[in-house]
Design a binder for this molecule. Sequence first.
Ligand SMILES: Nc1nc2c(ncn2[C@@H]2O[C@H](COP(=O)(O)OP(=O)(O)O)[C@@H](O)[C@H]2O)c(=O)[nH]1
Ligand SMILES: [Mg+2]
Length: 336
Amino acid sequence: MQPDLDPAWIEKLNQARALKKWPLAKLITLFESKLPGSAHIRQAIHHHILNHPDQFPRKACILGFTGTPGAGKSSLIAELCRQLLAKNPNITVAVLAIDPSSQISGGSILGDRTRMHYGKKEPRLFFRSQASNLELGGITESTFQACRVLRHLFDYIIIETVGIGQNEIDIQYMTDHTFLVMQPLAGDQIQFMKCGIMEIPDSFIVNKCDEERLARTSYHMLRSSLKQAKLVELHAEDDYRQAAKDKIFLTSALKGKGIQELADHALAQHSIRPWHQAELFYLKKSIQRRYGEFGIQFFEQAALQPLWENEQISYEEKERGILSRIQEHIRQDLFR
Ligand SMILES: Nc1nc2c(ncn2[C@@H]2O[C@H](COP(=O)(O)OP(=O)(O)O)[C@@H](O)[C@H]2O)c(=O)[nH]1
Ligand SMILES: [Mg+2]
């Protein structure tokens, strides 16, 4: 028997389906919450959503945007959202910006410029800023938790993360498509290559290509650094189309260049990654945190696939199930 969902939460879910901002914010806060009581409500929400597929027909495609601070990710995402919503009048978009400098509720969301553009006026767009507890940014469990509910409510989830390095690479377990945002001629590419991060993104964006000459040079630099030696002539409008075929996007958030191509590419993406892969990633983190390498080894040997791959079972039940098996194993070991 599953716990019943409190009518007040059903009401919030219904309002969130209509994309009302306040209930959406309340839901995310619940999913981010580490309080013991919240886990049961999350579990009940999981089953409520599963039991009402007609009410939750959406299955979000998750797009990740990563790269060094100042590359223009926030500005670019704002322009991209505008294009996405304009190109398709039916789609809905949620943006999760993981900002290492922001306090959970105090930080600015995508800057003032964006707020001016959308604010509360655009009903199909929802922003949420999440604080990062990692110095370099990267993705956190809060992001995963927020996506658990947002993925049933929106067509697209856009995640912005800061920084490069191991934490940054984690984003690939969550997203259907990852974009690496770079600045032109800033040595970003060499830096990314050194970190082995070039293999992670599905597409590359060189932002701040305000001028044609800069765009052209950046494009050739990136192509050669990706060892795609085929030379492509870059001329006016066609340049951007050709680059887009190579999954290289030359954009200027400032001048609105290359955003059309980026939006078309984003609209062509779909939810492809089985959700339990993201769950597995965080399950392992949870086991590691509590039981270290021993826990991971036990988990891998115990053939728990049927448990963690089962979409009917909530994340909370999976976590509890696996942890109790580890505890049982330790108990048996002690009294042997
Ligand atoms: N010249 C130019 N500046 C840009 C462009 N996109 C963003 N910026 C500026 O770069 C700075 C950092 O932008 P922001 O979007 O906050 O970068 P983030 O840290 O990657 O999210 C801001 O001052 C932006 O106005 C662009 O396409 N061209
Ligand atoms: Mg930003």
